[in-house]
Ligand binder design. Structure first.
Ligand code: GDP
Length: 524
């Protein structure tokens, strides 16, 4: 195997979107084109419970969450695509954010009827912070949605990123004639049968289609030509470097449901999305190169109890350099412990299989019996490698928690400590009474926490919701415990740092008005 060639073929990315924008549908199209599935509806089937393969933890089955699709590796047009899932809805959790630490690019799917929605915005901000390229797919053009100009303007304004339209829709809904494709210099037609059997027709030097075709008779075509002219003159310039830096997002239009424009999008995506590149380590000036001989990688997600019979956990590793081979010995930097990797898994569309070999850019699952934590680095070779810690994210939901049975304090504390360390949940104590408060970015984290405490630590807990809060950190020097009130509960985080849990934005503003010199800080 030629490592450099293999690495160059990798495209490791996540799809970010608000629920219902069409992430699953577009994933399905990708699987169809890659030949991994033969029929649309296979991926969706999991949600409706038809998918029988999964033996993940009961809680996930109850909720119908498809963890089998956590990572999918498929061939597409000579590329090895690693698509990492970012669960949404109620399954949204810190893992969703951490997943974005393990990818080299993101695809942002937007419902053209709705525009930028809250969850898209949150996930986008994490991608932005990482400076990875972001590709936009404006979906559902088969329906009447908002004006394309308006959508692109909103994208630029709300997300504070420049956009470059790679193609432009000719109409929408029932009047959707096709795509005017700047990038490929052609039009792509939704109704080839009405246009001499042509799916594609080239644009001439004036940017028009030669010859007589039905779609050209519509005023939509002439309107599109005008818009195209406007975009060329007033819009951003295509700039590959700015795309790579995540400063400019290429925008594609289409319909995931009918598959229209998806392949055009994917073809451009695999061309422009980056192959794995160097990754910084804690040692400044000593990044790891994907083609380095020695293996290195980090753990970005731990999925517990995927198989209830074994009570095992799977640690998801992003390989950053070298080649993984089944049965190899690696070291965990944090513990300096040597571990043989002989039970690893790779994820396909609907199956899991043992991995024999994997390279930088790939994601593999390690069966874990408690050796790994989120953020751990593994490596081979003489020289220890350590990747920077994964960022922590500001939780938004909070619960008070206490053991149901006071006689079982010990198992409660042990379980709590373990789960917090693992990154499953964030822990806070109230300033004076030292009550336990747990924080999460998604409701699912609480359920998993409760489930695991009971099943793994035999500890039943009492939880009472405190609802949404805005967590803001304050330095010890600036803090006066008298600043605390019922609307900004003072707590300590796991490191002992003071943090206020504000009722709402109004309470934050009120506080800042009262103490204008005090600095409040959020995590990411
Ligand atoms: P996800 O929550 O982002 O994974 O969204 P899904 O892929 O499950 O899609 C949500 C709903 O939108 C489903 O009913 C899809 O059939 C529908 N949908 C997805 N893409 C399109 C599209 O291009 N056009 C139309 N009309 N509906 C779509």
């Amino acid at each position: 195997m030629n490592l450099a060639q293999e690495v160059a073929k990798r495209r490791t990315f996540a799809i970010i979107s608000h629920p219902d924008a069409g992430k699953t549908t577009i994933t399905e199209q990708l699987l169809l084109y890659s030949g991994a599935i033969r029929q649309a509806g296979t991926v969706k089937g999991k949600k409706s419970g038809k998918f029988a393969k999964s033996d993940w933890m009961a809680i996930e089955q109850q909720r119908g969450i498809s963890v089998t699709s956590s990572v999918m590796q498929v061939d597409y047009d000579g590329y090895q695509i690693n698509l990492v899932d970012t669960p949404g809805h109620e399954d949204f959790s810190e893992d969703t954010y951490r997943t974005l630490m393990a990818v080299d690019a993101a695809v942002m799917v937007i419902d053209s009827g709705k525009g930028i929605e809250p969850q898209t915005k949150k996930l986008f901000q994490v991608c932005r912070m990482r400076g990875i390229p972001i590709f936009t797919f404006m979906n559902k053009l088969d329906r009447d949605g908002r004006e394309p100009m308006e959508l692109v303007a909103e994208l630029e304004e709300v997300l504070d990123i420049d956009a470059y339209a790679m193609n432009w829709p000719m109409g929408m809904g029932k009047q959707f004639l096709g795509l005017y494709d700047f990038y490929n210099k052609r039009v792509e037609l939704t109704h080839p049968e009405e246009n001499g059997g042509n799916d594609f027709l080239p644009l001439n030097d004036e940017g028009e289609v030669d010859g007589e075709y039905k779609f050209k008779e519509s005023s939509i075509y002439t309107d599109t030509l005008e818009n195209a002219e406007l975009m060329r003159e007033a819009g951003n310039q295509f700039d590959e470097e700015r795309i790579a830096e995540g400063e400019l997002t290429p925008v594609f239009f289409g319909s995931a449901l009918t598959g229209f424009g998806v392949q055009t999008f994917l073809d451009a995506f695999v061309d422009f999305a980056p192959a794995p590149s160097e990754i910084e380590t804690v040692e400044e000036g000593h990044p790891v190169e994907p083609t380095d001989k020695e293996l290195s990688g980090f753990i970005f997600k731990i999925q517990a109890n995927m198989d209830p019979r074994h009570r095992d956990r799977i640690a998801f590793v992003r390989i950053c350099s070298g080649t993984f081979e089944e049965g190899m010995d690696v070291k965990v930097t944090r513990t300096n412990k040597k571990i043989k990797l002989n039970n690893t898994t790779r994820f396909m569309a609907d199956t899991r299989e043992n991995v024999k070999e994997a390279v930088a850019g790939d994601i593999i699952g390690l069966y874990d019996t408690g050796n790994f934590q989120i953020g751990d680095t593994i490596y081979t070779g003489k020289d220890a490698v350590e990747f920077p810690p994964l960022p922590q994210f500001t939780p938004e939901l909070f619960m008070k928690v206490s053991p149901k049975n006071v006689m079982k304090q010990k198992s409660f504390h042990k379980g709590m400590q373990q789960l917090v360390q693992e990154g499953a949940i964030q822990l806070y104590r109230t300033w004076h009474s030292e009550e336990y408060i747990i924080g999460a970015v998604g409701q699912l984290q609480f359920e998993v926490f409760q489930y695991r405490l009971l099943n793994e630590y035999n500890s039943e807990v009492e939880m009472s919701s405190m609802g949404n809060k805005i967590a803001r950190w304050i330095s010890e020097e600036e803090l006066d415990p008298k600043m605390s009130s019922s609307r900004n509960l003072l707590c300590r985080d796991i490191h002992g740092k003071p943090v206020f849990l504000f009722e709402n934005n109004f309470a934050v503003n009120w506080f800042q008005g009262k103490y204008p010199d005090v600095h409040l800080e959020a995590l990411l």
